[in-house]
Design a protein around this ligand. Structure first.
Ligand SMILES: Nc1ncnc2c1ncn2[C@@H]1O[C@H](COP(=O)(O)OP(=O)(O)OP(=O)(O)O)[C@@H](O)[C@H]1O
Ligand SMILES: [Mg+2]
Length: 422
């Protein structure tokens, strides 16, 4: 491009030296500069404008008339009359207008534009100049910041919920106990009344009651639908007691999980598995069935039960996500415990998407995630690794076949010793 070539279009009449000087100055500017004539056609632009809007293959002159301009969110296309340069040609001064530009060069740029009218007295016409900055990074950073703030707020909410959990568990525990006692009492009462009613029916059937009275009693029994109740009430009571048992076991698990204990105590890992599973049902029940293969006679291992429970919870949630991602109808998560050499092994197997081989090391890195923003933060396995390997001197391994599933193995030594910090 020559000094007076396309870049300066109609400025070719001007003094060459001044044009050259002006060209050098505006080409050095980091902001884009564009000048258009009354028809909106390019009169002048600088290198930054070309970089922002054109590509190596499509020069700015070509993609300028074809550009599409949207609001900064990229959702509403702006009318030609709303564009800053068009408004400047109407004599308006536009400051800090933010918009998104898409050009034929397949470029999308987020720009902050200032535009001014430029009276060309010698030519008897009006031009307009726009100076703009690319604010894509600024907007990305602001969005990222907002997302981090949202995650932080969520984490704080979860933390305070965690602190409240043991209190809530305690509060639920008390009414659950007296509801259970009352339902058991009602069960006994119903049995007694059913026995009495059976006796009355037998007396009536034996003909020991006057015919008129017998008829009345029969009618009353039918009206009260006693046969129906005799069948259904015991089932309803049994189900209520089962439900209450479930509530009680979840509450117990929550109390144990929330218990602020961080010392290693001899622990039965089968029990940890059972309580964790009771709490985490909601995390997997829509995508998978859970199968437990518990050893039943595990030696106790020295560990912080709450921490191992959290590790297991992370593994179960990951397994559920992997199954959901595989998109098959319903998956299976299997948790197996076994006594090995000098400790206890805990395996979580799923038939989800599996881990690609080249990622099998990286998945334990802090903040490594393949999940969408808001679904995963990449901290689950990093935390699990820290708890198992560093705090308990154990091992955490993965075996996986892509497309078939994964098995995560946690080994907790019987006499856990904290590994020295790396
Ligand atoms: N069972 C699994 N099957 C397939 N991939 C898995 C499994 N578990 C973990 N991964 C992979 O490892 C990555 C890291 O897991 P990690 O638990 O550390 O973080 P996350 O689940 O993405 O987020 P967070 O646990 O913080 O919510 C996941 O994003 C996923 O790609
Ligand atoms: Mg996870």
């Amino acid at each position: 491009m020559t000094a007076n070539g396309a870049l300066f279009g109609r400025l070719t009449d001007a003094d060459d030296e001044r044009v050259e000087l002006l060209r050098s100055v505006i080409d050095c500017m980091p902001s884009g500069v564009v000048v258009v004539d009354m028809d909106g056609d390019l009169v002048l632009y600088n290198a930054a404008a070309r970089n922002a809007l054109a590509s190596r293959f499509v020069p700015l002159e070509v993609c300028w008339p074809d550009r599409e301009v949207f609001d900064i969110e990229g959702t509403r296309r702006l009318e030609p009359s709303e564009l800053p340069l068009a408004r400047a040609l109407q004599g308006e001064i536009c400051d800090d207008v933010e918009l998104t530009v898409r050009t034929k060069a397949n470029k999308t740029a987020m720009l902050r534009v200032n535009a001014r009218p430029m009276l060309q007295i010698a030519r008897g016409t009006l031009w307009a100049v726009a100076v703009f900055q690319d604010i894509g990074e600024e907007i990305d950073a602001a969005r990222h910041q907002r997302e981090l703030e949202r995650q932080l707020a969520q984490a704080q909410k979860m933390e305070s919920l965690g602190q409240l959990a043991s209190g809530i568990a305690h509060e639920i525990n008390t009414p659950t106990q007296y509801i259970s006692d009352n339902v058991r009492f009602l069960s006994d009462a119903f049995e007694a009344m059913a026995r009495y009613q059976g006796e009355v029916a037998a007396v009536v059937a034996d003909g020991a009651v006057e015919a008129e009275a017998a008829e009345r009693l029969d009618g009353a029994r039918e009206d009260a639908e006693l046969e129906f109740y005799a069948e259904e009430v015991p089932a309803a009571i049994r189900q209520s007691l089962e439900g209450l048992d479930r509530v009680a076991s979840i509450v117990r698990a929550m109390k144990e999980y929330a218990h602020p204990c961080d010392t290693k105590e001899p622990t039965d890992l089968d029990h940890v598995v059972k309580t964790t599973v009771a709490m985490s049902k909601n995390e997997y029940k829509y995508v998978a069935d859970l199968e437990l293969e518990l050893a039943g006679d595990l030696p106790k291992v020295a560990c912080v039960a709450g921490e191992i429970s959290q590790v297991l919870l992370n593994l179960v949630v990951n397994a559920a996500h992997a199954i959901a991602e595989a998109g098959r109808e319903r998956g299976v998560i299997r948790i197996r415990t076994s006594a090995v050499d000098d400790g206890v092994q805990l395996e979580v197997t799923d038939n989800g998407v599996g881990v690609p081989e080249h990622l099998s090391e990286r998945i334990f890195d802090p903040f490594f995630t393949t999940k969408a923003v808001g679904k995963g933060t990449g901290q689950g396995l990093a935390l699990a690794f820290d708890v198992v390997v560093r705090k308990h001197g154990g091992r955490l391994d993965v075996r996986s076949t892509q497309g078939e599933g994964s098995t995560f193995t946690v080994f907790v030594p019987r006499n856990a010793r904290e590994a020295p910090a790396a």
